[in-house]
Design a protein around this ligand. Structure first.
Ligand SMILES: *Cc1c(COP(=O)(O)O)cnc(C)c1O
Length: 428
């Protein structure tokens, strides 16, 4: 992280009414220095400190404004400080926050019911993050066969460039070897095959395979949608082999792609699915939902979570689910996503030396930079300098995962700012 930060001002579009950033106070510099010294250093963090957000905008400690089109990596689905979510969290914090899973709590029971009804699954388990949701799903799949006497049936087929989390088990499933390097022998029983390659999956199948684990759209891997028919083919192969189809919907779920779950585009149903990211709009939560026939595989004592399903997180998730409906945000993600896709295609066409094109589904989109021509981190920094926050996926994709409440005008503004950034980049 940079120890000092040049003072930047953003090209404000004429429509904004925000005053220019005030003079530096030295506060940012002090915070950056403390962050560099006291945080572990496992992230490459932008050289400013965010302090406040509203809707699709955030402000740093120096008063600089940014258009947030990454939404904490597909997390703040309702934007920042959504009044309904703020009210829910404040009220629930004053009522009941946590009681442990030795007791039911009202919000959690209602969330389980509403989430199952919305996703078409029968049972829900709650935890605090995506990786934990995948851990639960893996344990469920393996123990399901174990409990039926198939003790050696634990192999899982996963895909190259997939991302399933950062724990010791989930890095074994993640299809990028760099994420495993240096962490000792990976958990056994995983086979990786190319994403989208039906023949390779068929070849890898066997009586020891308990499950196929797949993201409907690979998010971290580079915003790559499964080719048409692929998820359906996986469903068929699982049915034929008596294996389970496990969907990692952590990034694609909760309306992000224009349907509640990403798999709905293909009309495919999994045996279980993991959710997190947007589920409670920024409040930490993870969930694993599954079909009734799997429910008995994790009886009391086999799995659990201290914080999982606490009343505060559950209330937040219930409000997100209700708001997705009341503000028609899922259909909106489809419509606004198509709009963004057209804008990014035009932007790529305008900068053919830098960009290859656009891809993605709904409001999970990416601008694909040309390999070995543009350093994506430099492009990301230039975009930031123009006041738009994005993330990098798959090494060379500028990823857009805006709040689902984003307006087309805000998306246009973001693309305009990125256009300026690319123009600066082209100018060197
Ligand atoms: C983010 C993500 C995860 C990991 O979630 P954490 O909350 O960071 O543990 C797993 N799978 C996918 C597809 C993700 O996008």
């Amino acid at each position: 992280m940079a120890a000092t930060t040049p003072v930047r001002t953003h090209d404000q579009p004429p429509t904004t009414t925000h005053a220019p950033a005030p003079a530096p106070t030295g506060r940012e510099e002090a915070l950056l220095a403390t962050g560099a010294r006291r945080l572990l250093g496992n992230y490459r963090q932008a050289p400013f400190v965010l302090a406040r957000g509203e809707g699709c905008r955030v402000w740093d400690t120096e008063g600089r404004e940014y258009l947030d089109l990454c939404a904490g990596v597909a997390v703040t689905a309702l934007g920042h400080a959504h009044p309904a979510l703020v009210a829910t969290i404040a009220a629930q914090a004053g009522r009941l926050m946590h009681v442990s899973n030795y007791f039911y709590n009202e919000e959690n029971v209602l969330l389980a019911d509403e989430l199952c009804a919305a996703t078409g699954f029968d049972r829900a388990f709650f935890c605090n993050s995506g990786a934990e949701a995948n851990e639960a799903m893996i344990k469920l799949a393996r123990r399901f066969y174990w409990s039926r006497g198939e003790k050696d049936r634990y192999r899982i087929i996963a895909f190259h460039n997939s991302f399933h989390g950062r724990t010791i088990a989930t890095i074994a499933l993640t299809g990028t070897p760099a994420y495993r390097e240096g962490f000792g022998p990976p958990a056994a029983g995983v086979t990786h095959v190319p994403f989208g390659d039906e023949a390779a999956v068929r070849e890898a199948m066997g009586p020891d395979v308990c499950a196929i684990l797949v993201e409907p759209v690979q998010g971290e891997g580079g915003v790559t949608a499964a080719p048409p028919g692929f998820l359906r083919a996986l469903r068929t192969m699982c049915d034929e082999a008596g294996a389970l189809l496990l969907l990692d919907e952590i990034q694609t779920g909760m309306g992000r792609t224009g349907t509640l779950l990403g798999c709905e585009h293909e009309g495919v149903k999994g045996d279980a699915a993991s959710l997190a990211k947007g589920l409670a709009g920024g409040f930490p939560i993870g969930a694993m939902v599954c079909s009734e026939r799997l429910a008995g595989a994790l009886p009391p004592g086999t799995h659990g979570s201290t914080f999982g399903g606490n009343a505060l997180a559950s209330a937040a998730a219930r409000t997100v689910l209700a708001t997705l409906r009341s503000e028609d945000l899922i259909e909106g993600a489809r419509r606004k996503g198509e709009h963004l896709g057209r804008k990014l295609a035009a932007l790529a066409a305008k900068h053919p030396a830098l960009c290859e094109g656009e891809r993605g589904v709904g409001l999970l989109r990416g601008l694909v930079l040309r390999k070995d021509v543009v350093d994506p981190r430099v492009a990301l920094g230039k975009a930031r300098d123009e006041g738009v926050l994005l993330t990098i996926a798959g090494g060379r994709v500028l990823r857009f995962t805006p709040p689902l409440v984003v307006t087309e005008a805000e998306l246009d503004e973001g693309v305009r700012r990125l256009d300026l950034a690319l123009a600066h980049l082209a100018a060197g």
